[in-house]
Design a protein around this ligand. Structure first.
Ligand code: NDP
Length: 272
């Protein structure tokens, strides 16, 4: 049976094994997909042993995406842009091929949800790995502009500089944000700690769209904030998680699962 795994620390609660099992069931194939906890310092050895034993593909989650980028010998364009790898496979000449499917995962989910992006001002909160991974595909959707806001302004400025060739992108401190944005995407990990980024009042356009990359059994604090701020559409990141998984599955097996029923199942399982 073809073997896959997600490597991370911690990784016990990862939904990826469940998602990939559902993809496999849907497509009538049998795979084994495990969550493997990896000690810091043991990442590359674990990857090598997994592939030496015949493994077919690996997903990488926190905190190893940059290390996976270093380990990959060949990179997709989107991995090069993100400077992070969340999907590994053995490519031509048995070289490690690294890709990053987070950005396309977000964009597919935003398309499913019919977020208007083209010609709009988008506010992206956060300048960590998730923000970096989604910037290129976001800019490809041809927004009027992307503003990156982050507590550490320097990180936001570096990102804006790195992606400036792909479209209009600028950075701002939270306190300097002005006007209102019809689309706000939360790529911070603040919701994880039950915190809100320090957003000024009226920053979300009435009837606007809000997306939190975090997900859980309950709406996040950011989703509550957005509803109170007058958002018409508010969503969490479960759809993004499933779409990035579907893209990894496609890279490994050249088969594209239908994500809608898997999202419905995962949503029900989360709620239950
Ligand atoms: P990083 O640790 O790389 O970055 C964290 C970011 O959050 C930084 O910009 C940090 O700001 C900011 N931040 C943390 N706490 C606060 C706070 N209280 N107020 C304001 N800003 C804060 O994490 P990632 O970028 O990898 O992940 C970010 C989130 O995205 C996580 O919740 C993760 O679960 C989610 N994610 C979801 C995915 C999905 O498929 N749905 C895929 C990938 C990520 P500063 O630089 O100032 O410290």
């Amino acid at each position: 049976m073809d073997q896959y795994a997600v490597l991370g620390n911690p990784v016990k609660h990862s939904r990826s094994p469940r998602i990939h099992q559902l993809f496999a069931q849907q497509l009538g194939v049998e795979i084994e997909y495990r969550a493997i906890p990896v000690e810091l310092g043991a990442f590359s050895d674990t990857v090598r042993s997994f592939f030496l034993a015949g493994g077919r593909g690996i997903n990488i989650t926190l905190p190893f995406k940059q290390e996976a980028f270093q380990l990959a010998e060949v990179h997709s364009q989107r991995a090069l842009r993100a400077e992070a790898v969340n999907t590994l496979l053995l490519g031509k000449n048995n070289l490690f091929y690294g890709d990053n499917t987070d950005g396309v995962g977000l964009l597919r989910d935003l398309q499913r949800l019919q977020f208007p992006l083209e010609g709009r001002r988008i506010l992206l909160l956060g300048a960590g790995g998730a923000a970096r991974g989604v910037l290129a595909p976001l800019l490809e959707a041809r927004p009027a502009e992307v503003t990156i806001a982050n507590r550490d302004e320097g990180r936001a400025a570096l990102l804006a500089h790195a992606f400036g060739d792909l479209g209009r992108v600028r950075s701002a401190a939270y306190r300097d944000l002005s006007g209102s944005y019809p689309v706000i995407i939360n790529a911070t990990s603040a919701s994880l700690a039950g915190e809100l980024p320090p957003l000024p009042e009226h920053i979300l356009t009435q009837g606007g769209y809000a997306y939190d990359m975090m997900y859980g059994s309950q709406p996040t604090i950011f989703m509550h904030w957005a509803l109170q701020a007058g958002a018409a559409e508010v969503h969490d990141g479960l759809g993004m998680l499933i779409e990035q998984a579907a893209e990894s599955f496609f890279l490994w097996r050249h088969q594209r699962p239908d994500t809608a029923p898997v999202l419905a199942t995962l949503r029900a399982e989360l709620a239950g």
